[in-house]
Write a protein that binds this ligand. Sequence first.
Ligand code: ZN
Length: 571
Amino acid sequence: MQALFLSESMEKAVYNELLPTVSLNLLRRSHTMVKIFDTTLRDGSQGEGVTFSSEDKINVAKALDAFGISYIEGGWPGSNPKDIAFFKKIKNVPLENAKIAAFGSTRRMKKKPDEDDNLRAILETGAPVATIFGKSWDLHVRDVLQVPLNVNLQMIEDTIAFLKAEGMEVIYDAEHFFDGFKADPSYAVQTLLAAQEGGARIIVLADTNGGALLHEIGPAFSEVRKRIKVPMGIHAHNDSELAVAVSIEAVKHGAVQVQGTINGYGERCGNANLCSIIPILMLKMGIDCIPEENLKKLSELSRYVSELANMTHVMKMPFVGESAFAHKGGMHVNAVMKNPRTCEHINPELVGNVRRVLVSELSGKSNVYYKAAKFGIDLSSLKDHSKKTKEILNRLKELEDSGYQFEGAEGSFDILIKKLIKQFNDYFSLKGFRVITEKRGPDQNVLSEATIKVTVDGEHELTASEGVGPVNALDRALRKALTIFYPTLKEMKLVDYKVRILETNKATEASVRVLIRSSDGTDMWGTVGVSQNIMEASWLALVDSISYKLMKDEKAGRDIKKPLKEVLDQL
Ligand SMILES: [Zn+2]
Protein backbone atom coordinates (compact mmCIF):
# COMPACT_ATOMS: atom_id res chain seq x y z
CA MET A 1 0.00 0.00 0.00
CA GLN A 2 2.79 2.34 0.85
CA ALA A 3 4.13 2.15 -2.67
CA LEU A 4 1.01 3.96 -3.79
CA PHE A 5 2.06 7.07 -2.02
CA LEU A 6 3.64 10.09 -3.51
CA SER A 7 4.59 12.45 -0.75
CA GLU A 8 3.42 15.98 -1.28
CA SER A 9 6.90 17.12 -2.25
CA MET A 10 7.30 14.22 -4.66
CA GLU A 11 3.97 15.06 -6.17
CA LYS A 12 5.11 18.61 -6.72
CA ALA A 13 8.32 17.37 -8.25
CA VAL A 14 6.46 15.25 -10.77
CA TYR A 15 4.51 18.27 -11.84
CA ASN A 16 7.33 20.72 -11.76
CA GLU A 17 9.42 18.37 -13.84
CA LEU A 18 6.82 17.49 -16.35
CA LEU A 19 3.65 19.45 -16.65
CA PRO A 20 4.67 23.07 -16.57
CA THR A 21 7.57 22.22 -18.81
CA VAL A 22 5.29 20.64 -21.32
CA SER A 23 2.72 23.37 -21.05
CA LEU A 24 4.87 26.41 -20.85
CA ASN A 25 8.23 25.80 -22.41
CA LEU A 26 7.46 23.56 -25.36
CA LEU A 27 4.55 25.66 -26.50
CA ARG A 28 6.21 28.90 -25.77
CA ARG A 29 6.64 31.27 -27.41
CA SER A 30 4.28 31.72 -30.23
CA HIS A 31 5.13 35.43 -29.98
CA THR A 32 1.45 36.16 -30.16
CA MET A 33 0.09 38.48 -27.58
CA VAL A 34 -3.59 38.75 -26.86
CA LYS A 35 -4.96 41.61 -24.83
CA ILE A 36 -7.71 40.82 -22.41
CA PHE A 37 -10.61 43.21 -22.27
CA ASP A 38 -12.69 42.64 -19.15
CA THR A 39 -16.32 43.69 -19.12
CA THR A 40 -17.37 42.17 -15.78
CA LEU A 41 -18.37 45.61 -14.52
CA ARG A 42 -20.50 46.42 -17.57
CA ASP A 43 -21.77 43.34 -19.44
CA GLY A 44 -21.16 41.12 -16.40
CA SER A 45 -23.23 43.29 -14.10
CA GLN A 46 -26.18 42.79 -16.45
CA GLY A 47 -26.26 39.12 -15.45
CA GLU A 48 -29.20 37.97 -13.35
CA GLY A 49 -28.39 38.12 -9.65
CA VAL A 50 -25.12 40.01 -10.11
CA THR A 51 -24.97 43.21 -8.08
CA PHE A 52 -22.01 45.49 -7.50
CA SER A 53 -22.11 48.59 -5.34
CA SER A 54 -19.94 51.42 -6.65
CA GLU A 55 -17.39 50.56 -3.93
CA ASP A 56 -17.42 46.92 -5.11
CA LYS A 57 -16.80 48.10 -8.65
CA ILE A 58 -13.67 49.96 -7.56
CA ASN A 59 -12.44 46.89 -5.70
CA VAL A 60 -13.09 44.62 -8.68
CA ALA A 61 -11.24 47.06 -10.96
CA LYS A 62 -8.25 47.12 -8.58
CA ALA A 63 -8.15 43.32 -8.50
CA LEU A 64 -8.38 43.06 -12.29
CA ASP A 65 -5.60 45.59 -12.69
CA ALA A 66 -3.34 43.82 -10.20
CA PHE A 67 -4.00 40.58 -12.05
CA GLY A 68 -2.75 42.12 -15.30
CA ILE A 69 -5.88 42.70 -17.37
CA SER A 70 -5.24 45.19 -20.21
CA TYR A 71 -8.65 46.87 -20.44
CA ILE A 72 -11.39 47.24 -17.83
CA GLU A 73 -14.76 48.37 -19.09
CA GLY A 74 -16.24 50.24 -16.15
CA GLY A 75 -19.78 50.86 -17.32
CA TRP A 76 -22.13 52.80 -19.50
CA PRO A 77 -21.96 56.41 -18.31
CA GLY A 78 -24.90 57.40 -20.52
CA SER A 79 -27.15 54.87 -18.84
CA ASN A 80 -26.89 55.29 -15.09
CA PRO A 81 -25.50 57.45 -12.28
CA LYS A 82 -23.79 54.51 -10.50
CA ASP A 83 -21.51 54.10 -13.50
CA ILE A 84 -20.74 57.83 -13.60
CA ALA A 85 -19.77 57.62 -9.91
CA PHE A 86 -17.44 54.73 -10.71
CA PHE A 87 -15.58 56.68 -13.40
CA LYS A 88 -15.24 59.64 -11.07
CA LYS A 89 -13.70 57.51 -8.32
CA ILE A 90 -11.47 55.34 -10.48
CA LYS A 91 -9.69 58.44 -11.81
CA ASN A 92 -7.93 58.72 -8.45
CA VAL A 93 -6.92 55.08 -8.28
CA PRO A 94 -3.42 54.42 -9.60
CA LEU A 95 -3.53 51.49 -12.04
CA GLU A 96 -0.53 49.47 -13.10
CA ASN A 97 -1.71 47.45 -16.06
CA ALA A 98 -5.19 48.37 -17.13
CA LYS A 99 -6.76 51.14 -19.13
CA ILE A 100 -10.30 52.06 -18.15
CA ALA A 101 -12.92 52.01 -20.90
CA ALA A 102 -16.31 53.71 -21.01
CA PHE A 103 -19.07 52.09 -23.03
CA GLY A 104 -21.70 53.67 -25.27
CA SER A 105 -23.46 53.53 -28.60
CA THR A 106 -22.97 55.41 -31.86
CA ARG A 107 -24.52 58.89 -31.93
CA ARG A 108 -28.24 59.46 -32.42
CA MET A 109 -29.35 59.78 -36.02
CA LYS A 110 -30.26 63.45 -35.92
CA LYS A 111 -27.55 64.71 -33.55
CA LYS A 112 -24.03 65.76 -34.36
CA PRO A 113 -21.54 63.82 -32.25
CA ASP A 114 -20.66 66.85 -30.09
CA GLU A 115 -24.38 67.41 -29.36
CA ASP A 116 -25.01 63.83 -28.35
CA ASP A 117 -25.54 63.40 -24.59
CA ASN A 118 -24.23 59.85 -24.53
CA LEU A 119 -21.00 60.76 -26.23
CA ARG A 120 -20.58 63.80 -23.97
CA ALA A 121 -21.05 61.49 -20.97
CA ILE A 122 -18.30 59.21 -22.29
CA LEU A 123 -15.92 62.16 -22.70
CA GLU A 124 -16.74 63.44 -19.23
CA THR A 125 -15.67 60.17 -17.60
CA GLY A 126 -12.06 61.11 -18.32
CA ALA A 127 -11.43 57.47 -19.27
CA PRO A 128 -8.70 56.98 -21.87
CA VAL A 129 -10.68 54.40 -23.86
CA ALA A 130 -14.17 54.40 -25.37
CA THR A 131 -15.95 51.22 -26.47
CA ILE A 132 -18.52 52.15 -29.05
CA PHE A 133 -21.06 49.63 -30.24
CA GLY A 134 -22.82 50.01 -33.54
CA LYS A 135 -25.07 48.03 -35.83
CA SER A 136 -23.64 45.61 -38.38
CA TRP A 137 -26.84 43.68 -39.06
CA ASP A 138 -29.07 45.33 -41.66
CA LEU A 139 -32.15 43.96 -39.89
CA HIS A 140 -31.27 45.94 -36.74
CA VAL A 141 -30.54 49.08 -38.75
CA ARG A 142 -33.93 48.95 -40.45
CA ASP A 143 -36.12 47.63 -37.62
CA VAL A 144 -34.46 48.90 -34.44
CA LEU A 145 -32.57 52.07 -35.37
CA GLN A 146 -34.98 52.73 -38.23
CA VAL A 147 -32.42 54.68 -40.23
CA PRO A 148 -31.28 54.22 -43.85
CA LEU A 149 -28.33 51.83 -44.19
CA ASN A 150 -25.92 54.53 -45.39
CA VAL A 151 -26.84 56.84 -42.49
CA ASN A 152 -25.83 54.07 -40.04
CA LEU A 153 -22.43 53.91 -41.74
CA GLN A 154 -22.02 57.65 -41.30
CA MET A 155 -23.05 57.41 -37.64
CA ILE A 156 -20.38 54.79 -37.00
CA GLU A 157 -17.64 56.70 -38.74
CA ASP A 158 -18.19 60.14 -37.29
CA THR A 159 -18.87 58.89 -33.74
CA ILE A 160 -15.47 57.22 -33.70
CA ALA A 161 -13.75 60.13 -35.46
CA PHE A 162 -15.20 62.55 -32.89
CA LEU A 163 -14.01 60.60 -29.83
CA LYS A 164 -10.64 60.00 -31.42
CA ALA A 165 -10.21 63.70 -32.15
CA GLU A 166 -10.94 64.30 -28.46
CA GLY A 167 -7.95 62.11 -27.63
CA MET A 168 -9.66 58.84 -26.78
CA GLU A 169 -8.59 55.39 -27.92
CA VAL A 170 -11.69 53.94 -29.56
CA ILE A 171 -12.59 50.26 -29.63
CA TYR A 172 -15.44 49.49 -31.99
CA ASP A 173 -17.81 46.63 -31.06
CA ALA A 174 -19.66 45.40 -34.15
CA GLU A 175 -22.91 44.26 -32.54
CA HIS A 176 -24.57 41.09 -33.90
CA PHE A 177 -21.75 40.87 -36.42
CA PHE A 178 -22.05 37.17 -37.22
CA ASP A 179 -25.78 37.40 -37.85
CA GLY A 180 -25.28 40.49 -39.94
CA PHE A 181 -22.53 38.77 -41.88
CA LYS A 182 -24.86 35.85 -42.62
CA ALA A 183 -27.70 38.13 -43.70
CA ASP A 184 -25.73 40.60 -45.80
CA PRO A 185 -21.98 40.06 -45.76
CA SER A 186 -21.23 43.04 -47.93
CA TYR A 187 -23.10 45.48 -45.66
CA ALA A 188 -21.68 43.94 -42.50
CA VAL A 189 -18.15 44.51 -43.81
CA GLN A 190 -19.03 48.06 -44.87
CA THR A 191 -19.89 48.88 -41.24
CA LEU A 192 -16.40 47.75 -40.26
CA LEU A 193 -14.84 49.83 -43.02
CA ALA A 194 -16.72 52.84 -41.63
CA ALA A 195 -15.23 52.12 -38.19
CA GLN A 196 -11.75 51.81 -39.73
CA GLU A 197 -12.27 55.06 -41.57
CA GLY A 198 -13.31 56.76 -38.36
CA GLY A 199 -10.04 55.69 -36.72
CA ALA A 200 -10.99 52.73 -34.52
CA ARG A 201 -7.96 51.25 -32.75
CA ILE A 202 -9.50 47.77 -32.65
CA ILE A 203 -12.56 46.32 -34.33
CA VAL A 204 -14.34 43.69 -32.28
CA LEU A 205 -16.67 41.19 -33.89
CA ALA A 206 -19.47 40.57 -31.43
CA ASP A 207 -21.71 37.54 -31.19
CA THR A 208 -24.23 39.54 -29.22
CA ASN A 209 -26.99 36.94 -28.99
CA GLY A 210 -24.59 34.04 -28.51
CA GLY A 211 -26.02 32.11 -31.41
CA ALA A 212 -22.89 31.69 -33.55
CA LEU A 213 -21.48 28.21 -33.98
CA LEU A 214 -17.83 27.37 -33.99
CA HIS A 215 -17.47 26.66 -37.70
CA GLU A 216 -18.86 30.10 -38.57
CA ILE A 217 -16.09 31.99 -36.80
CA GLY A 218 -13.04 31.20 -38.93
CA PRO A 219 -14.60 32.02 -42.31
CA ALA A 220 -16.03 35.30 -41.02
CA PHE A 221 -12.68 36.38 -39.56
CA SER A 222 -10.80 35.35 -42.72
CA GLU A 223 -13.22 37.23 -44.94
CA VAL A 224 -13.07 40.37 -42.80
CA ARG A 225 -9.30 40.17 -42.62
CA LYS A 226 -9.10 40.58 -46.40
CA ARG A 227 -10.81 43.96 -46.19
CA ILE A 228 -9.90 45.39 -42.79
CA LYS A 229 -6.42 46.46 -41.70
CA VAL A 230 -7.27 47.39 -38.12
CA PRO A 231 -6.51 44.66 -35.53
CA MET A 232 -9.53 42.57 -34.58
CA GLY A 233 -11.09 41.29 -31.40
CA ILE A 234 -13.90 38.99 -30.29
CA HIS A 235 -16.86 39.49 -27.93
CA ALA A 236 -18.88 36.32 -27.42
CA HIS A 237 -21.95 35.39 -25.40
CA ASN A 238 -22.70 31.94 -24.10
CA ASP A 239 -26.22 31.23 -25.34
CA SER A 240 -25.04 28.23 -27.36
CA GLU A 241 -22.56 27.31 -24.59
CA LEU A 242 -19.75 28.10 -26.99
CA ALA A 243 -18.54 31.51 -25.84
CA VAL A 244 -15.11 30.26 -24.72
CA ALA A 245 -14.70 28.05 -27.81
CA VAL A 246 -15.76 30.89 -30.11
CA SER A 247 -13.23 33.21 -28.46
CA ILE A 248 -10.40 30.70 -28.81
CA GLU A 249 -11.37 30.04 -32.44
CA ALA A 250 -11.28 33.78 -33.09
CA VAL A 251 -7.76 33.99 -31.61
CA LYS A 252 -6.70 31.16 -33.93
CA HIS A 253 -7.97 33.30 -36.80
CA GLY A 254 -6.15 36.42 -35.79
CA ALA A 255 -8.14 38.12 -32.99
CA VAL A 256 -5.71 39.99 -30.75
CA GLN A 257 -8.25 41.15 -28.20
CA VAL A 258 -10.63 38.92 -26.26
CA GLN A 259 -13.53 40.44 -24.40
CA GLY A 260 -15.15 38.54 -21.58
CA THR A 261 -16.00 38.50 -17.90
CA ILE A 262 -14.73 36.86 -14.75
CA ASN A 263 -16.73 33.66 -14.07
CA GLY A 264 -18.60 34.26 -17.34
CA TYR A 265 -21.10 36.62 -15.70
CA GLY A 266 -23.34 38.41 -18.16
CA GLU A 267 -26.79 38.83 -19.59
CA ARG A 268 -28.88 35.66 -20.13
CA CYS A 269 -26.42 32.74 -20.22
CA GLY A 270 -23.43 35.00 -19.69
CA ASN A 271 -20.34 36.20 -21.51
CA ALA A 272 -17.19 34.33 -22.48
CA ASN A 273 -15.55 33.20 -19.24
CA LEU A 274 -12.09 34.76 -18.88
CA CYS A 275 -11.27 32.28 -16.12
CA SER A 276 -11.17 29.60 -18.83
CA ILE A 277 -9.90 31.67 -21.74
CA ILE A 278 -6.81 32.99 -19.94
CA PRO A 279 -5.41 29.59 -18.87
CA ILE A 280 -6.26 28.03 -22.25
CA LEU A 281 -4.34 30.77 -24.06
CA MET A 282 -1.38 30.66 -21.72
CA LEU A 283 -1.04 27.00 -20.78
CA LYS A 284 -2.28 25.28 -23.89
CA MET A 285 -1.53 27.69 -26.71
CA GLY A 286 1.55 29.47 -25.40
CA ILE A 287 -0.03 32.87 -25.92
CA ASP A 288 0.70 35.61 -23.42
CA CYS A 289 -2.17 37.69 -22.15
CA ILE A 290 -1.37 38.52 -18.52
CA PRO A 291 1.97 38.44 -16.67
CA GLU A 292 2.90 34.77 -16.34
CA GLU A 293 3.49 34.91 -12.60
CA ASN A 294 -0.09 36.08 -12.01
CA LEU A 295 -1.78 33.04 -13.49
CA LYS A 296 -1.63 31.26 -10.13
CA LYS A 297 -3.85 34.00 -8.69
CA LEU A 298 -6.67 33.15 -11.09
CA SER A 299 -8.73 31.00 -8.69
CA GLU A 300 -8.47 33.62 -5.99
CA LEU A 301 -9.60 36.36 -8.40
CA SER A 302 -12.53 34.22 -9.49
CA ARG A 303 -13.68 33.67 -5.89
CA TYR A 304 -13.13 37.30 -4.95
CA VAL A 305 -15.26 38.57 -7.82
CA SER A 306 -18.02 36.05 -7.06
CA GLU A 307 -18.06 37.22 -3.47
CA LEU A 308 -18.37 40.88 -4.44
CA ALA A 309 -20.96 40.08 -7.11
CA ASN A 310 -22.99 38.32 -4.42
CA MET A 311 -23.01 35.12 -6.46
CA THR A 312 -22.31 31.60 -5.25
CA HIS A 313 -19.00 30.41 -6.67
CA VAL A 314 -19.91 27.72 -9.20
CA MET A 315 -18.18 24.51 -8.13
CA LYS A 316 -18.13 22.99 -11.58
CA MET A 317 -16.34 25.88 -13.27
CA PRO A 318 -13.35 24.59 -15.26
CA PHE A 319 -9.91 25.61 -13.94
CA VAL A 320 -11.15 27.66 -10.96
CA GLY A 321 -14.12 25.72 -9.55
CA GLU A 322 -13.81 23.68 -6.38
CA SER A 323 -14.64 20.53 -8.33
CA ALA A 324 -12.24 21.25 -11.21
CA PHE A 325 -9.59 18.95 -9.73
CA ALA A 326 -11.75 16.79 -7.46
CA HIS A 327 -11.37 13.05 -7.83
CA LYS A 328 -13.95 10.62 -6.62
CA GLY A 329 -13.81 7.19 -8.26
CA GLY A 330 -11.46 4.83 -6.42
CA MET A 331 -9.55 3.84 -9.56
CA HIS A 332 -9.13 7.46 -10.49
CA VAL A 333 -7.77 8.35 -7.11
CA ASN A 334 -5.40 5.44 -7.22
CA ALA A 335 -4.05 6.69 -10.55
CA VAL A 336 -3.80 10.30 -9.38
CA MET A 337 -1.81 9.18 -6.37
CA LYS A 338 0.67 7.36 -8.56
CA ASN A 339 0.96 10.26 -10.95
CA PRO A 340 -1.46 13.22 -11.03
CA ARG A 341 -0.87 13.74 -14.75
CA THR A 342 -2.79 10.56 -15.49
CA CYS A 343 -6.12 12.19 -14.67
CA GLU A 344 -5.58 15.95 -14.71
CA HIS A 345 -5.25 18.11 -17.81
CA ILE A 346 -3.12 20.68 -16.00
CA ASN A 347 -1.49 21.00 -12.62
CA PRO A 348 -4.12 22.76 -10.47
CA GLU A 349 -1.42 24.87 -8.83
CA LEU A 350 -0.76 26.65 -12.12
CA VAL A 351 -4.11 28.40 -11.78
CA GLY A 352 -4.04 28.56 -7.99
CA ASN A 353 -6.50 25.73 -7.51
CA VAL A 354 -6.06 22.57 -5.43
CA ARG A 355 -6.52 18.89 -5.98
CA ARG A 356 -9.26 17.35 -3.87
CA VAL A 357 -10.10 13.76 -3.26
CA LEU A 358 -13.71 13.07 -2.46
CA VAL A 359 -14.99 10.32 -0.28
CA SER A 360 -18.23 8.58 -1.04
CA GLU A 361 -19.79 5.21 -1.66
CA LEU A 362 -17.62 4.96 -4.74
CA SER A 363 -14.52 5.33 -2.63
CA GLY A 364 -11.89 2.74 -2.49
CA LYS A 365 -9.14 2.51 0.05
CA SER A 366 -7.04 4.89 -2.01
CA ASN A 367 -9.42 7.78 -1.32
CA VAL A 368 -9.27 7.16 2.40
CA TYR A 369 -5.47 6.92 2.36
CA TYR A 370 -5.11 10.07 0.32
CA LYS A 371 -7.50 12.09 2.45
CA ALA A 372 -5.92 10.93 5.65
CA ALA A 373 -2.44 11.75 4.34
CA LYS A 374 -3.55 15.22 3.44
CA PHE A 375 -4.40 15.78 7.04
CA GLY A 376 -1.06 14.41 8.19
CA ILE A 377 -2.35 10.98 9.17
CA ASP A 378 -0.32 8.19 7.66
CA LEU A 379 -2.72 5.28 7.86
CA SER A 380 -0.13 2.89 6.47
CA SER A 381 2.04 3.45 9.53
CA LEU A 382 -0.73 2.28 11.88
CA LYS A 383 -0.71 -1.16 13.33
CA ASP A 384 -3.29 -3.25 11.43
CA HIS A 385 -3.61 -0.48 8.88
CA SER A 386 -5.43 -2.66 6.42
CA LYS A 387 -8.03 -3.58 9.02
CA LYS A 388 -8.33 0.04 10.13
CA THR A 389 -8.90 1.26 6.59
CA LYS A 390 -11.61 -1.32 6.11
CA GLU A 391 -13.21 -0.17 9.35
CA ILE A 392 -13.14 3.43 8.16
CA LEU A 393 -14.69 2.49 4.83
CA ASN A 394 -17.43 0.46 6.52
CA ARG A 395 -18.26 3.24 8.92
CA LEU A 396 -18.31 5.65 6.01
CA LYS A 397 -20.79 3.51 4.12
CA GLU A 398 -22.98 3.19 7.21
CA LEU A 399 -23.05 6.95 7.62
CA GLU A 400 -23.81 7.47 3.95
CA ASP A 401 -26.72 5.05 4.24
CA SER A 402 -28.13 7.18 7.04
CA GLY A 403 -27.93 10.29 4.88
CA TYR A 404 -24.43 11.65 5.43
CA GLN A 405 -22.55 12.92 2.45
CA PHE A 406 -18.94 13.88 2.79
CA GLU A 407 -18.46 15.58 -0.53
CA GLY A 408 -18.03 19.20 0.36
CA ALA A 409 -17.73 18.21 4.02
CA GLU A 410 -14.07 17.35 4.29
CA GLY A 411 -13.91 18.87 7.75
CA SER A 412 -16.31 16.27 9.11
CA PHE A 413 -14.48 13.53 7.27
CA ASP A 414 -11.12 14.43 8.78
CA ILE A 415 -12.67 14.47 12.23
CA LEU A 416 -14.31 11.11 11.58
CA ILE A 417 -10.99 9.49 10.65
CA LYS A 418 -9.27 10.96 13.66
CA LYS A 419 -12.03 9.64 15.90
CA LEU A 420 -11.86 6.17 14.39
CA ILE A 421 -8.11 5.92 14.86
CA LYS A 422 -8.44 7.43 18.32
CA GLN A 423 -6.38 10.51 17.57
CA PHE A 424 -9.17 12.99 18.17
CA ASN A 425 -9.18 15.19 21.25
CA ASP A 426 -12.48 16.59 22.34
CA TYR A 427 -11.97 20.33 22.64
CA PHE A 428 -15.19 20.79 24.58
CA SER A 429 -18.26 18.89 25.65
CA LEU A 430 -21.86 19.95 25.48
CA LYS A 431 -23.94 19.84 28.61
CA GLY A 432 -27.08 21.02 26.86
CA PHE A 433 -28.74 23.69 24.77
CA ARG A 434 -32.13 25.34 24.47
CA VAL A 435 -33.43 27.41 21.59
CA ILE A 436 -36.55 29.54 21.74
CA THR A 437 -38.12 31.21 18.74
CA GLU A 438 -40.88 33.68 19.34
CA LYS A 439 -42.97 36.41 17.78
CA ARG A 440 -44.23 38.78 20.44
CA GLY A 441 -46.89 40.55 18.42
CA PRO A 442 -48.27 40.81 14.90
CA ASP A 443 -45.92 43.68 14.05
CA GLN A 444 -42.86 42.24 15.75
CA ASN A 445 -40.03 40.38 14.05
CA VAL A 446 -39.50 36.73 14.81
CA LEU A 447 -36.53 36.42 17.16
CA SER A 448 -34.56 33.45 18.33
CA GLU A 449 -32.53 33.02 21.46
CA ALA A 450 -30.20 30.17 22.27
CA THR A 451 -28.78 29.17 25.64
CA ILE A 452 -25.91 26.78 25.75
CA LYS A 453 -23.83 25.05 28.38
CA VAL A 454 -20.39 23.71 27.53
CA THR A 455 -17.46 22.39 29.51
CA VAL A 456 -13.80 22.89 28.71
CA ASP A 457 -11.24 21.25 31.02
CA GLY A 458 -13.81 21.00 33.79
CA GLU A 459 -14.78 24.67 33.53
CA HIS A 460 -18.47 25.21 32.81
CA GLU A 461 -19.66 28.03 30.66
CA LEU A 462 -23.27 29.06 30.25
CA THR A 463 -23.95 31.54 27.46
CA ALA A 464 -26.99 32.96 25.71
CA SER A 465 -27.20 34.72 22.39
CA GLU A 466 -29.87 36.08 20.09
CA GLY A 467 -30.01 35.53 16.36
CA VAL A 468 -32.15 36.16 13.31
CA GLY A 469 -33.06 32.47 13.32
CA PRO A 470 -32.59 29.50 15.62
CA VAL A 471 -29.44 28.21 13.90
CA ASN A 472 -27.90 31.66 13.86
CA ALA A 473 -28.64 32.04 17.58
CA LEU A 474 -27.18 28.61 18.36
CA ASP A 475 -24.06 29.28 16.29
CA ARG A 476 -23.49 32.62 18.02
CA ALA A 477 -24.04 31.23 21.50
CA LEU A 478 -21.69 28.32 20.89
CA ARG A 479 -18.94 30.50 19.53
CA LYS A 480 -19.42 33.11 22.21
CA ALA A 481 -19.01 30.43 24.86
CA LEU A 482 -15.96 28.81 23.28
CA THR A 483 -14.09 31.94 22.20
CA ILE A 484 -13.42 32.57 25.89
CA PHE A 485 -11.26 29.44 25.89
CA TYR A 486 -10.14 29.40 22.27
CA PRO A 487 -9.53 32.95 20.99
CA THR A 488 -8.71 31.96 17.35
CA LEU A 489 -12.41 31.09 16.92
CA LYS A 490 -12.98 34.84 16.55
CA GLU A 491 -11.51 34.54 13.03
CA MET A 492 -14.20 32.13 11.96
CA LYS A 493 -17.47 32.80 10.22
CA LEU A 494 -20.22 30.77 8.67
CA VAL A 495 -20.37 31.42 4.93
CA ASP A 496 -23.00 29.01 3.73
CA TYR A 497 -25.75 26.92 5.25
CA LYS A 498 -27.71 24.35 3.27
CA VAL A 499 -30.48 22.01 4.31
CA ARG A 500 -31.57 18.96 2.33
CA ILE A 501 -34.60 16.90 3.20
CA LEU A 502 -33.87 13.18 2.89
CA GLU A 503 -36.42 10.39 2.34
CA THR A 504 -38.99 12.88 1.11
CA ASN A 505 -41.83 10.34 1.21
CA LYS A 506 -41.88 10.54 5.01
CA ALA A 507 -42.72 14.25 5.00
CA THR A 508 -41.96 15.86 8.37
CA GLU A 509 -40.55 12.66 9.83
CA ALA A 510 -37.83 12.72 7.23
CA SER A 511 -34.21 13.24 8.17
CA VAL A 512 -32.46 16.41 7.22
CA ARG A 513 -28.88 16.87 6.17
CA VAL A 514 -27.27 20.18 7.05
CA LEU A 515 -24.14 21.22 5.22
CA ILE A 516 -22.31 24.30 6.36
CA ARG A 517 -19.26 26.04 5.02
CA SER A 518 -17.05 28.07 7.29
CA SER A 519 -14.12 30.33 6.63
CA ASP A 520 -11.43 31.99 8.72
CA GLY A 521 -10.14 34.24 5.95
CA THR A 522 -7.35 31.81 5.10
CA ASP A 523 -9.18 28.54 4.52
CA MET A 524 -12.66 27.36 3.82
CA TRP A 525 -14.06 24.02 4.98
CA GLY A 526 -17.32 22.16 4.96
CA THR A 527 -18.98 20.07 7.66
CA VAL A 528 -22.14 18.01 7.79
CA GLY A 529 -24.76 16.82 10.26
CA VAL A 530 -27.74 14.50 9.81
CA SER A 531 -30.71 14.07 12.13
CA GLN A 532 -34.50 13.93 12.13
CA ASN A 533 -34.33 17.23 13.95
CA ILE A 534 -33.02 20.18 12.01
CA MET A 535 -31.54 21.81 15.12
CA GLU A 536 -29.60 18.70 16.00
CA ALA A 537 -28.35 18.30 12.44
CA SER A 538 -27.22 21.93 12.50
CA TRP A 539 -25.62 21.44 15.88
CA LEU A 540 -23.58 18.46 14.66
CA ALA A 541 -22.34 20.41 11.64
CA LEU A 542 -21.51 23.45 13.80
CA VAL A 543 -19.58 21.41 16.33
CA ASP A 544 -17.53 19.74 13.60
CA SER A 545 -16.88 23.11 12.02
CA ILE A 546 -15.45 24.51 15.26
CA SER A 547 -13.48 21.37 16.05
CA TYR A 548 -11.99 21.44 12.58
CA LYS A 549 -10.86 25.04 12.98
CA LEU A 550 -9.17 24.18 16.27
CA MET A 551 -7.57 21.04 14.83
CA LYS A 552 -6.28 23.01 11.88
CA ASP A 553 -4.83 25.81 14.01
CA GLU A 554 -3.25 23.31 16.37
CA LYS A 555 -1.66 21.49 13.46
CA ALA A 556 -0.29 24.80 12.17
CA GLY A 557 1.48 25.17 15.51
CA ARG A 558 -0.71 27.96 16.80
CA ASP A 559 -1.38 28.39 20.47
CA ILE A 560 -5.10 27.77 20.47
CA LYS A 561 -5.95 27.66 24.12
CA LYS A 562 -5.90 30.59 26.46
CA PRO A 563 -4.22 29.84 29.82
CA LEU A 564 -6.85 28.80 32.35
CA LYS A 565 -5.95 31.63 34.70
CA GLU A 566 -6.76 34.23 32.06
CA VAL A 567 -10.02 32.46 31.28
CA LEU A 568 -10.97 32.50 34.95
CA ASP A 569 -10.17 36.20 35.22
CA GLN A 570 -12.44 36.79 32.28
CA LEU A 571 -15.33 34.73 33.64
ZN1 ZN B 1 -22.14 41.69 -24.74
